[in-house]
Each structure stands twice: as structure tokens, then as C-alpha cells.
Design a protein around this ligand. Structure first.
Ligand SMILES: NC(=O)C1=CN([C@@H]2O[C@H](COP(=O)(O)OP(=O)(O)OC[C@H]3O[C@@H](n4cnc5c(N)ncnc54)[C@H](O)[C@@H]3O)[C@@H](O)[C@H]2O)C=CC1
Ligand SMILES: O=C(O)[C@H]1O[C@H](OP(=O)(O)OP(=O)(O)OC[C@H]2O[C@@H](n3ccc(=O)[nH]c3=O)[C@H](O)[C@@H]2O)[C@H](O)[C@@H](O)[C@@H]1O
Length: 442
């Protein structure tokens, strides 16, 4: 089929390369000229494992092309995927300006009947608004079907998630359009669930909100474990073994970040508020997460009285491993609060430094060498569970740091292993290992 994907972000690019690799003729359009120029040369503008090889393959076999030209992109497409951003506005609601702009652009440039399929995460009712744009904006003789097709891939494993997703949601009013989408996805052998459009939109928000709830729930249990002398590793394992609960998303830590959970939970709270249904549970999930981001700075302050003039090593900037994305990462809150307290910061990350530099400029130091970050540090905070950090020989902390005080926001190390080294170790929901000097963690 002739497919166009609007938006060359994570979702758009992964959709484009995977559909091109499946043999479809795919055009990916973006408004950012620099991005498109990079992509035409086979370079991805962000880090995503496995993306560049597929990009090179599909470019070289002529299945994929890039453009900034909407006429070229939309005029003869049979299916158009919308994968533009829907960032949070100041009040937490979703900013739909890119969705509206791309819809007008499609309406103005199509020359064939087409299915417009929304992959972007949009509040319930948005696809009805998109339909209105086409109803009044498209050439009269053309037929446009709007389908809600939310995306569930994760950054860092996006390609694998495309091929091995748990389900594909197709929200459609027109059974013919739904059938064409089912046909497109059939080779993936992933269960396809066809719903009405509004339910499809809600499935996406409910899924992200539920996963965020699981994380905040286990983080609250972890905080409680610390107070009552239990160990979250054992608790989460025991709880997760119940198949009704499930083992995934029970990893306690310094909270969720990224471009989606924070924005989508806030957008759902806003959406609920709009229909006079205060979503108190989700409001608490968000509050717990904000508290969790600051937790280790609070603990560091308790341990050291004042952080003024202290040298902090931040290990990990990305919101999770295998990505260079730092949007809403816990590391951002931690660094801001440390700077406010008068500490100096040296941050380690294997790939996210260019993005962090855009945010923090020269207010902190950066390194891709863990030992360099730890050198003469008064304390270290682990914010991302990169393999490089997890596999660091544990004597490195005592060898490199001025004071081997490690606050581990991702529970990277086994408590038993840590006990063999002269390290003071504070993690999430587990016993404190105090080797340097006696201290009380409240
Ligand atoms: N990042 C992720 O892992 C996931 C994201 N989503 C959702 O998918 C959507 C896209 O997310 P990302 O790919 O992360 O976004 P992004 O913000 O990284 O990329 C969006 C791209 O759309 C382009 N764009 C904006 N207006 C355009 C227009 N009129 N025509 C063509 N291109 C245009 C931008 O220049 C940008 O390159 C969001 O709604 C997000 O919530 C859903 C699942 C996973
Ligand atoms: O809508 C989206 O954009 C996507 O959001 C998440 O994907 P992503 O944000 O890429 O990453 P996750 O692996 O879900 O992790 C999100 C955050 O939760 C944290 N997390 C995750 C799992 C866990 O047990 N504990 C925990 O703290 C991670 O450290 C990370 O900061 C969802 O997992 C995807 O299904 C969804 O498509």
C-alpha cells in the first residue's frame, strides 16, 4: 500500500521503517527540515536500538522516502498515519495544535480517498474533531475515514514492540476502514481489537494511567517498607507472582519519567475534570511520583545536613536506559534541587549528554566516564539503571569518591554484594547499609 506517516519522532519513524520493511511504499513527512535531511542520509535524530539498520535498508531498497513537502506526502496516499507530538500544556491538558495543523495540511493536499489513522495519543473526542476538519476542509468529491490507532511502543525497545506488541487497537466507525487496517496489521500476528473511536482513545490513556499507577503504588509500598523494616525486592517479587497482579512494572525507584506517563496522566486528570469527574486516584499517582523524584535529595540532605559546596555525581540522565531522552526524567528534578542547595554536579550518561546540555548548559559538568563523574565526589545519586552502572565493580565507589556515599534510585545492586564493600548505601525500600559513619535515615 502507499502509506504516509506524518511526524518523524519515535512513533512516526518506527512506524515508517517497519511498514516499509514489510514491503509497503512509505513516505515520512516532517516539518523540521534538518531532521528530514539527516534521515535522508540514513541517520536517526535520536537513539533507538535497531532503528538505523532498518532505516538504511528501507532507504536503499527504495521502500522509504522522506520529505517536508505535504503535497508530495499526502496527494496519493492510501493510508496516512498521524504521529505528531501532543505535549502537555501548562494546565496539564494535551496541546493539540500539531494535530489540528497536520489535519488541515492533509485536507488541503489529498487527491485520493484515504484513511487517516491517528497514532498520536489524543484525548477522547479528538478524532471526532479531526473528522470535522476533513468534513469541511477536504475536496468535496473525496472520502476520508478517520481511525484511532493508538500506539503502545516503549522507547528503547520500540522496534521489538512494533513486531511483538500485546495488541493492536483499531477504533473505527466504518467497518470497511477497520477491515483495511486489520488487513495491514494481519502479518504481525498480534491480536487486533476493533472498537469505536472514543473507546480506542480511552484505551491508550487508561493503559498508561494504569501502568503509572502500578509504579506509584509499588513506590509507596517501598517507602513503607523502609519504615517498617521490610525489603521491597522480596515484597514486589511475592506480590508480582500473583498472576492477577503480574510481575511487570513493580520495579520501585525514584519514579517514572519520559515523554508519555507524566503528560498522559495529567491529560487524563484534565479530561476527567472537564466532565466533572475528579480523578482523585490518578491525582495521587502524580503526587506520589513528584515526591519520588525528590526523595534522594531529601535523604542526602538528612545525611549530610547541608549540601552546600558538596560535589555530587549523578549517574544516569536518561529517563530510562537505552534511550537518550531526558524528558521529565527524575535526574532533572534531582539536578535542579542539588543546584538550589548549592551543590556542584558532575553527571554521567553514555548517550543523553547532548540533550541534557540543552537544558542545563554549563551549570553542571558532564562526562561519559563513570569514574570521572565519581572522582572526589562527596556522594553519588544513581538516576538511571544503565548496564554500565549496574556492572560497575563495586570497589570503584570507594576508590574514586571522597566519601563513598551512594544513593541508588534504581536499586541497581544486590544488598548482599554491597555489604562486602566500604560503602554507605541508600536505595529504595531496602535496608540502609552504613559503612562510613553512623547515620539515621528517617
Ligand atoms: N515516544 C513514544 O515512545 C510514544 C509516543 N506516543 C505518542 O505518539 C505521539 C508522537 O510522539 P513522539 O514520536 O515521541 O513525538 P515527537 O515530538 O518526538 O515527534 C513528533 C514529530 O512530529 C513533527 N511534526 C509536528 N507537526 C507536524 C506536521 N504538521 N507535519 C509533519 N510533522 C509534524 C515534529 O517536527 C516531530 O518531529 C505523541 O502523541 C505521543 O504521546 C505513543 C506511544 C509511544
Ligand atoms: O505512551 C507512551 O509513550 C509509552 O509510554 C510507556 O513507555 P516509555 O515511556 O517509553 O517507557 P517505560 O518503559 O514504560 O518506562 C516509563 C518510566 O517508568 C519507569 N518505570 C517503569 C517500570 C517500573 O517497574 N518502574 C519504573 O519506575 C521507568 O524508569 C521510566 O522512567 C509505555 O510503557 C508504553 O506502552 C507507551 O506506549
Amino acid at each position: 500500500m502507499r502509506i504516509t506517516v506524518a511526524g518523524a519522532g519515535n512513533v512516526g519513524l518506527v512506524t515508517a521503517v517497519c511498514l516499509a520493511d514489510a514491503g509497503h511504499q512509505v513516505t515520512c513527512v516532517d516539518t523540521q527540515k534538518e531532521k528530514i535531511e539527516m534521515l535522508e542520509k540514513g541517520h536517526s535524530p535520536f537513539f533507538e536500538p535497531g532503528l538505523e539498520p532498518l532505516l538504511e535498508k528501507t532507504l536503499s531498497n527504495g521502500k522509504l522516502r522522506f520529505t517536508t513537502n505535504p503535497k508530495l506526502a499526502y496527494s496519493d496516499a492510501e493510508i496516512i498515519f498521524i504521529a505528531v507530538g501532543t505535549p502537555a500544556k501548562k494546565d496539564g491538558s494535551a496541546d493539540l495544535s500539531y494535530i489540528y495543523a497536520v489535519s488541515y495540511s492533509i485536507a488541503n493536499n489529498i487527491e485520493n480517498n484515504v484513511i487517516v489513522c491517528t497514532k498520536s495519543t489524543v484525548p477522547v473526542g479528538t478524532n471526532d474533531e479531526i473528522k470535522q476538519i476533513f468534513q469541511y476542509g477536504k475536496p468535496r468529491h473525496l472520502k476520508v475515514d478517520v481511525v484511532a490507532n493508538p500506539e503502545f511502543l516503549r522507547e528503547g525497545s520500540a522496534i521489538m514492540d512494533f513486531y511483538l506488541g500485546d495488541r493492536i487497537i483499531v477504533g473505527a466507525d466504518n467497518p470497511e476502514a477497520a477491515a483495511i487496517m486489520e488487513q495491514l496489521y494481519l502479518p504481525l500476528k498480534i491480536p487486533i481489537i476493533v472498537t469505536d473511536i472514543r473507546s480506542a482513545e480511552m484505551i491508550k490513556y487508561a493503559s498508561n494511567a494504569f501502568l503509572a499507577t502500578k509504579i506509584s503504588f509499588i513506590n509507596e509500598i517501598a517507602n513503607l517498607c523502609e519504615k517498617v523494616g521490610a525489603n521491597i525486592d522480596e515484597v514486589a517479587y511475592g506480590v508480582g507472582k500473583d498472576k492477577r497482579i503480574g510481575e511487570s512494572f513493580l520495579q520501585a525507584g525514584i519514579g517514572y519519567g519520559g515523554s508519555c506517563f507524566p503528560k498522559d496522566t495529567k491529560a487524563l486528570v484534565q479530561l476527567a475534570g472537564n466532565v466533572k469527574h475528579p480523578f482523585e486516584l490518578l491525582e495521587s499517582v502524580i503526587k506520589v511520583n513528584q515526591h519520588q523524584h525528590s526523595l534522594l535529595v531529601v535523604k542526602a540532605k538528612e545525611m549530610m545536613d547541608s549540601l552546600k559546596g558538596k560535589k555530587a555525581a549523578i549517574l544516569g540522565l536518561a529517563f530510562k536506559p537505552e534511550t537518550d531522552d531526558i524528558r521529565e526524567a527524575a535526574s532533572i528534578t534531582i539536578i535542579r534541587e542539588l543546584l538550589e542547595e548549592g551543590a556542584t554536579v558532575t553527571a554521567y550518561d553514555p548517550i543523553a549528554i547532548p540533550n541534557a546540555h540543552k537544558l542545563f548548559g554549563n551549570s553542571i559538568e558532564y562526562t561519559t566516564n563513570i569514574r570521572q563523574a565519581l572522582k572526589d565526589a562527596d556522594f553519588a545519586i544513581i538516576a538511571t539503571e544503565w548496564e554500565q552502572i549496574k556492572h560497575l565493580p563495586l570497589d570503584t565507589f570507594a576508590v574514586c569518591m571522597k566519601e563513598p556515599i551512594v544513593l541508588d534510585g534504581r536499586n541497581c545492586y544486590c544488598i548482599k554484594d554491597i555489604q562486602r564493600y566500604p560503602i554507605t548505601y541508600v536505595s529504595i525500600g531496602r535496608p540502609v547499609i552504613s559503612k562510613v559513619k553512623p547515620m539515621s535515615i528517617k
